[in-house]
Design a protein around this ligand. Structure first.
Ligand SMILES: C=C1C[C@]23C[C@H]1CC[C@H]2[C@@]12CCC[C@@](C)(C(=O)O1)[C@H]2[C@@H]3C(=O)O
Ligand SMILES: O=C(O)CCC(=O)C(=O)O
Ligand SMILES: [Fe+2]
Length: 345
């Protein structure tokens, strides 16, 4: 079985795109990380007409949850879920373990720096090479077990970190399966296609801990530059502090407001392809904050990397060519935003 890490090994990055800013010693935003000023999100100017948050918040215990999810996927490609069954003490634990990791001094975090051909460990986001400016961000990527890195960071006390990451990934996997099943039922696709997306043994996932330290000049810095997530579905815990924004044609950048205990769910490229564009792809970014250090946790789920991705057989006029999942991920690593248009048929 080929793994996600093996796929990313074929598209190495250079060191300067991997090493984050040294947030321990910095006291201003350097030129290399100064972005042109951002437009105020429209929702801060507009006082009427538009609801506070466009993204629906869906209660999973609601009997209409499936339909609401289907609608949200078609309209926004994004929604929030509450009453999802993930224990809140586990969410608290992942917050505190992530804080413990990012609170380590820079030189200690750099002991687990992602290697140039690597996919896991400490470092800047993979999308860094596609932007002229650096991001006000440091990340830690986990694929499966994180025990090797945790042993380097905390030789005598690594278990607590690993147990939390494992338990959280398990919960995310279960919730993703539940959500994908509902989404696929609204699409009315075959059992074989459902198995492709949800099958447990070869499916691939990653956990990304994101840290956005408080920033002296937030209007000229960006936490995470605009991107779409590559796999099928992403579940994000915002960590109680606003920062996630998504782009709406004609409206500009809008905030995804923090809803206590909710996960933000968004469609990734592979589900956009499978839905034959019925589910729009959501470009999103993370902005930073002058007073608070924000930590978010994203879980990405995808099908086996050796399987093929294509629009569901139910669509008469597929708008994408069929290709291997690993081929798509490699196109994305090389061409980023253009990857989807390169496979248009
Ligand atoms: C399984 C994944 C999903 C990855 C790549 C790989 C590991 C890390 C993920 C992220 C996390 C941060 C944003 C993103 C855009 C990035 O730069 O790295 C994500 C990317 C993707 O969705 O493409
Ligand atoms: O931190 C956030 O709000 C966004 C994170 C994100 O988009 C990602 O990890 O892919
Ligand atoms: Fe993302």
């Amino acid at each position: 079985m080929t793994t996600l890490s093996e796929v990313y090994r074929n598209d190495p990055m250079t060191d300067h795109h991997i090493i984050p800013l040294d947030f321990d010693s910095i006291d201003g935003v350097p030129e290399s990380h100064t972005w042109p000023p951002f437009d105020e999100p429209l929702n801060k100017i507009q006082t009427c007409d538009l609801p506070d948050s466009l993204i629906p918040v869906i209660d999973l215990t609601n009997s209409k949850a499936m339909n609401l999810i289907g609608q949200a996927c078609e309209t926004w490609g994004m929604f929030q879920v509450i009453n999802h069954g993930v224990p809140s003490d586990l969410v608290k634990k992942i917050e505190s373990e992530s804080q413990r990791l990012f609170a380590l001094p820079t030189h200690e975090k750099c002991r687990v720096l992602r290697s140039t051909g690597g996919a896991t460990g400490y470092g800047s986001a993979r999308i860094s090479p596609f932007f002229d400016k650096g991001m006000w961000h440091e990340g830690f990527t986990i694929m499966g077990s994180c025990v090797d890195d945790a042993k380097v960071l905390w030789p005598h006390d690594f278990q607590r970190f690993c147990d939390t990451m494992d338990a959280y990934q398990n919960q995310m996997k279960q919730l993703t399966q539940k959500l994908l099943l509902m989404i696929f039922q609204t699409l009315d696709v075959t059992q074989e296609e459902i198995d492709w997306a949800i099958s447990t043994h070869d499916s691939q996932s990653a956990l990304q801990l994101n840290s956005y330290p408080s920033c002296p000049n937030p209007s000229h810095a960006l936490g995470l530059a605009p991107h779409t997530d590559s796999l099928l579905l992403t579940l994000l815990h915002q960590g109680g502090i606003n920062g996630l924004e998504f782009f709406v044609e004609g409206l500009g950048w809008r905030q995804v407001y923090v809803v206590d205990g909710a996960f933000v769910v968004n469609i990734g490229d592979l589900l956009h392809i499978f839905s034959n564009t019925k589910f729009p792809i959501v470009s999103h970014r993370a902005v930073v904050n002058q007073s608070k250090h924000r930590i978010s946790v994203a879980y990405f789920h995808g099908p086996p990397v050796e399987s093929r991705v294509a629009p569901s057989a139910k669509f008469q006029n597929p708008c994408f060519k069929s290709l291997l999942v690993k081929e798509y991920l490699s196109l994305k690593s090389k061409h980023f935003y253009e990857a989807l248009s390169l496979i248009r048929s």
